[in-house]
Design a binder for this molecule. Structure first.
Ligand code: ZN
Length: 389
């Protein structure tokens, strides 16, 4: 059945003004100023009465089968549920493995991605995890990307982190080259999502790859780059060279609004410095483990990172940092769609997937979510739940 969305204030993410849309067969079919329906036409009408309509959010870094485990077996975090994703306005995500590639496997990751797709949203994965040599599904990066529908790149490979395998320049060049070729052969992104730890070299290993090979800088998407003044400076340099970077939203929970490691603050700092914001995305690191310490650094316990921090940081960018809405929205819509080469995602445009979020015009809170044309959340209530929820 067709659905007509009426009186929507559309951010595509660019501002389009007040529009009516027809959606059907999982797609945005038609966008115009006003649509009049005929009584004999069997269509569903959704009148937004001036609320904002924005593209469904894309989260490029989520531990969909759980992560963690750095404090022993009982600290392995649980897998994600459909409702927590939908509640956060996320309609597309990339599932990843992390530190643990012993008790967590690629086959399990792919199965979970397929389950989430069956439940109504779009899900992709990377192949590999923190460590080299990469544990892939087919024993070859190129084959994984070319033949496994869900796999769109490599990640999260750890650099500058004591938990990573301290990859050599040659190793990094090889996996990046393979990811690129896999991407070229399958028309996928073929990017390498790089976990950048707190180690002293930061993203220098990536610059070494660029300087010592023919690989383009856009082959990388380094994440967790919102750490401190030094990492934000490194972001600026990396972007000015044409690179793209990603900020992690969950690590900034409870941070003071002036802390530069808060993604909304870091985005504002880079905007003020004239950095190209089209080269920045946010991701949640959702379902990863978050260790907590007291002021003396004593371990207090673990919680699970929440995907709802993704939009929370976008909202803070708009309401606290006063970044224009159409710019702030890009970091979770059109920018990641470009980085991940998801050609029908991240925009409100005819022919694109009907992945949509409705925001309350006053509070900017998420009211309703549509994934592939299907209403998943309506007026604040989840209406489509996962199989076992
Ligand atoms: Zn990571």
């Amino acid at each position: 059945m067709l659905t007509i969305i009426k009186n929507a204030e559309v951010y595509s993410p660019e501002y389009l003004g007040k529009k009516d849309l027809i959606i059907g067969a999982e797609k945005i079919l038609y966008i115009t100023d006003s649509i009049t329906t005929h009584p004999q036409l069997n269509v569903k009408i959704l009148d937004l009465e001036g609320d904002y309509l924005v593209p469904g959010f894309i989260d490029s870094h989520v531990h969909i089968i759980g992560g963690g485990g750095e404090g022993g077996y009982k600290t392995r975090t649980p897998e994600i549920t459909l409702s927590s994703i939908v509640k956060a306005g996320i309609t597309s995500l990339v599932g990843i493995l992390g530190t643990d590639n012993a008790t967590r496997t690629m086959s399990n990751l792919i199965a979970k991605a397929k389950a989430l797709k069956d439940e109504g949203i779009s899900c992709y994965t990377y192949t590999g995890s923190y460590h080299l040599p990469l544990k892939t599904l087919t024993n070859r990066i190129i084959d994984d990307i070319v033949f496994i529908e869900e796999i769109i790149g490599v990640g999260e490979v750890a650099i500058s982190d004591h938990r990573g395998s301290q990859p050599t320049l040659e190793e990094l060049i090889r996996i990046t080259a393979d990811a690129r070729v896999g991407g070229i052969l399958s028309k996928k992104a073929g990017i390498v999502n790089v976990h950048v730890g707190k180690g002293k070299k930061l993203i220098q290993p990536l610059l070494d790859v660029i300087n010592n090979s023919d690989l383009p800088i856009t082959q990388f998407l380094p994440t967790h780059m919102n750490k401190d003044e030094e990492s934000i400076k490194a972001c600026k340099e990396f972007i000015n060279l044409g690179g793209r970077i990603d900020f992690t939203t969950s690590s900034s929970n409870n941070l003071d609004e002036n802390d530069i490691s808060k993604p909304s603050k870091a985005l504002k700092v880079l905007m003020d410095e004239g950095v190209n914001l089209e080269n920045i995305s946010f991701s949640s690191d959702g379902q990863g483990s978050m260790p907590h310490f007291d002021e003396k650094g004593n371990y207090l316990g673990l919680t699970v990172a929440n995907v709802n921090t993704l939009y929370q940081e976008v909202k803070d960018s708009i309401l606290v940092e006063q970044i224009p809405m159409e710019i702030a929205l890009k970091v979770v819509t059109s920018n990641p769609a470009t980085f991940l080469k998801l050609e029908t995602k991240g925009r409100i445009k005819e022919g694109y997937d009907a992945d949509l979020v409705i925001l309350d015009k006053n509070s900017l809170n998420i009211k309703s979510v549509i994934a592939k044309g299907k209403l998943m959340k309506k007026d604040g209530k989840i209406i489509t739940r996962g199989t076992f929820e």
